[in-house]
Design a protein around this ligand. Structure first.
Ligand code: COA
Length: 244
């Protein structure tokens, strides 16, 4: 599982570390990265030895500066692209993982970079992080779920302002917008993500999985249906104390 070219995957104490690793290209998201992420996310999803996942970027300057612009002109024909997307739905795979996903974000977090972060559950940012969705300036709209995940996280008006204006947001504003959970000094970013993962891992895998499912699936339900879902999931736990 370590023979990747553009990501590094490590497992330590039941935490899976996925590091985007193209620092010279600011970790731009290319086809190779998509394929490797698809492989590694599929593995962590099913690996009982991985309880929490931390996603981060190598190098000093970026978590990820978006889709690899050099591949834009070499895109496959639409039919092939559609077929590949069907076979490699990285974004759907992200969202299907019932384990906690933590994004540790520094430097540039642009385009696919912010969209990857939005597919995670908890976002920690360092003080130097800058967020943006530059797609509109390239004549396209987000293709990795950003038009759906951003408004769900920060609200329609704020999301539309960022999407439509192409304005970049620095870490302190990202915190105020609730785009990130916390802002920490750069040197503390990875240790803080690990501390959080360690804390999360004190809970049982089932508790974590059901809690995440209750929140994620519940967001698409009415409150009444969500309460039923919560009761159903809670009822599967041995320590269940609900009266229903
Ligand atoms: N795709 C491919 N390569 C990229 C890249 C991307 N999205 N973003 C940066 N790089 C490469 C640059 O080409 C450069 O490579 P080089 O050293 O071989 O010339 C290297 O990363 C460093 O980037 P550079 O532009 O020199 O750094 P900078 O500090 O001047 O600017 C950015 C940083 C992020 C502002 C600028 O690189 C940028 O605007 N990138 C594109 C962002 C974008 O539009 N992403 C696509 C969203 S859909």
């Amino acid at each position: 599982m370590s023979d990747f070219e553009v990501i590094i995957y490590e497992k330590q104490n039941e935490t899976g570390f996925i590091t985007l690793n193209r620092p010279k290209a600011l970790n731009a998201y290319n086809i190779q990265m998509r394929d490797e992420l698809y492989q590694v996310l599929g593995a962590v999803k099913d690996d009982p030895e991985v309880r929490v996942v931390i996603l981060r970027g190598a190098g000093e300057r970026a978590f990820c500066a978006g889709a690899d612009l050099t591949e834009f002109l070499t895109a496959p024909p639409p039919v092939t692209a559609r077929q590949v997307r069907w076979e490699r739905d990285v974004w759907g795979l992200f969202l299907s993982i019932d384990k906690p996903l933590i994004a540790a974000l520094h430097g540039y977090v642009l385009g696919s970079g912010i969209e990857m972060a939005l597919c995670c559950d908890i976002r920690l940012a360092s003080e130097d992080a800058q967020f943006g969705v530059p797609e509109m300036g390239l004549g396209i709209i987000p293709a990795a779920g950003g038009s759906q995940t951003l408004p769900r996280l920060i609200g329609r008006g704020r999301a539309l302002e960022i999407l439509l204006s192409g304005r970049w947001v620095k870490a302190d504003e990202a915190y105020r917008l609730r785009l990130v959970n916390r802002v920490v000094p750069r040197d503390d970013l990875w240790p803080e993500a690990e501390r959080l993962a360690d804390r999360i891992k004190t809970h049982s895998p089932d508790v974590l999985s059901y809690a995440k499912q209750a929140v994620m699936r519940g967001l698409d339900l009415s409150l009444e249906q969500g309460l039923k879902l919560e009761a159903r999931l809670g009822g599967r736990l041995p320590a269940n104390y609900t009266s229903s």
